[in-house]
Ligand binder design. Structure first.
Ligand SMILES: CC(C)(COP(=O)(O)OP(=O)(O)OC[C@H]1O[C@@H](n2cnc3c(N)ncnc32)[C@H](O)[C@@H]1OP(=O)(O)O)[C@@H](O)C(=O)NCCC(=O)NCCS
Length: 153
């Protein structure tokens, strides 16, 4: 597991950074970020966790610290198509839990994204609200929060 901090996103991307942008565009085309967005988001409040094997970025999770109690906003969770359903999202999730065990996680997910909703429910996330028309196509988002004390989930 690797942590790559976003202050290193310059115009000359490292191979891993290029793969992250490609994965983002391929897996979440409607929500992909431009290079500029990646560069702009950096400050100490973001963390990027990567799952890499043989120099291939297979999955990543991007979190933003939104409260110092602490609460992390899961901005992106992406697993390459050919590596889905192999437990990689679970590994990234468990890593975050391990390094920040008393934190809370907040996220928004498209109401149509049943795969992700299944995953988050399995991780004991709770639906706390609906953001109507959140996405550019008018789709709504489920808002979910996870407990501060994770136990064995
Ligand atoms: C959602 C996503 C991150 C899950 O990643 P993953 O590595 O495949 O998930 P895991 O293998 O760790 O799955 C853990 C559990 O989540 C649930 N789950 C994951 N993918 C699922 C699917 N396609 N259908 C139903 N349940 C699913 C299952 O309960 C699974 O446990 P099981 O395999 O023992 O049944 C991945 O499908 C993905 O990248 N999707 C596209 C991007 C996306 O939608 N990101 C979330 C945006 S909010």
């Amino acid at each position: 597991m690797h942590e790559e901090f976003l202050n290193s996103f310059h115009d000359d991307l490292t191979p891993w950074q290029s793969q992250i942008l490609q994965l983002d565009a391929m897996i979440l085309p409607d929500e992909k970020w431009t290079l500029e967005s990646w560069q702009n988001v950096w400050n100490r409040n973001y963390q990027l966790h990567l799952f890499v094997q043989k120099d291939e970025v297979q999955a990543f999770a991007l979190y933003q610290l939104i409260e110092f109690n602490p609460t992390w906003h899961l901005c992106k969770l992406v697993v390459a198509k050919n590596h889905q359903r192999q437990g990689l999202a679970g590994k990234l999730w468990d890593y975050q839990r391990k390094i920040s065990p008393d934190s809370e996680i907040f996220l928004e997910v498209r109401v149509s994204n049943l795969n992700a909703i299944n995953f988050y429910l399995k991780k004991s996330m709770t639906v706390v609200g609906l953001a109507r028309g959140q996405y550019s196509n008018g789709e709504s988002a489920l808002r979910m929060i996870g407990p501060r004390y994770w136990g064995q989930n």
